[in-house]
Design a protein around this ligand. Structure first.
Ligand code: MN
Length: 254
């Protein structure tokens, strides 16, 4: 069986280097480590081709965390002062990648910003800054609570009949939390499948798709010590397996 190839979306930065200002890709290595640990081949997707072109060579997609999505993309007329890290190139590439992946039924795991990108691509909206919009909200930035990276920070309640519940094997899960934005209106056909105690949507999926799963937390920082979080990557790889086998057959015929 060929190992599934999983495309990972990087962040894009503009930095000064010895030869002047340059555009660079940036990726926290733990995303790639989580894919490799689950049996996939991680590859990074630079935004230099139409996203659909990449799909011919991929069996699954991992949308990663990062800066905020430009608010105009979900119809918000103003930008909250806490908004940071907007990249038009990244927004455009990832939104187009979501559409291409859904059209081709390519398995997709969306993490943190990735969940927000998935929702916005489908016409949903975001809460721009949780503390301003949810009374009595938890602090979803665990770094401000002194909770170490790689440790869970708050519980989520999971919908029992969901793909997520089947994967993690429970309806109550502790998750980490590094976000100040969240889903506001969840776009159809996404189904909310986990919520924090303050009502923040923490996971979503598309019933009937081969595999479209989104989580607001960061399983790539938990997978080494918490089997339920490793299981998310394992489920992506398993879902990508049949596409990998199919692609191998097509290559043999050529
Ligand atoms: Mn959270």
């Amino acid at each position: 069986m060929p190992a599934p190839v999983i495309g990972i979306t990087p962040d894009i930065t503009r930095e000064s280097a010895a030869h002047g200002l340059t555009n660079r890709l940036l990726l926290n290595l733990d995303y790639a480590e989580a894919i490799a640990h689950a049996g996939g081949i991680p590859v990074v997707l630079p935004p230099v081709l139409e996203p659909a072109r990449f799909l011919e060579s991929l069996d699954g997609i991992l949308l990663t965390g990062g800066g905020d999505i430009a608010p105009h993309r979900y119809g918000a007329p103003t930008i909250h002062p806490a908004t940071y890290g907007i990249s038009d190139v990244r927004d455009e590439f990832e939104i187009a990648l979501v559409h291409a992946a859904l059209n081709a039924d390519v398995p997709l795991l969306a993490i943190c910003r990735g969940m927000q990108v998935l929702n916005v691509a489908l016409g949903g909206t975001l809460i721009q800054h949780i503390p301003d919009e949810i009374d009595g909200a938890l602090n979803h930035r665990q770094q401000e609570l002194g909770i170490p990276s790689g440790e869970p920070a708050h519980p989520v309640t999971i919908r029992p009949d969901s793909l997520l519940a089947r994967i993690v094997g429970t309806t109550h899960l502790m998750v980490n939390s590094y976000h100040h934005q969240a889903v506001a209106e969840l776009a159809s056909p996404l189904l909310p499948t986990a919520t924090a105690p303050d009502g923040v949507v923490e996971a979503a999926e598309i019933p009937g798709a081969t595999f479209v799963l989104a989580v607001q937390w960061h399983p790539e920082r938990l997978f080494q010590h918490y089997p339920a979080h490793h299981a998310l990557f394992a489920a992506l790889i398993e879902a990508a397996q049949s596409r990998a086998a199919r692609r191998a057959t097509v290559v043999e015929k050529k």
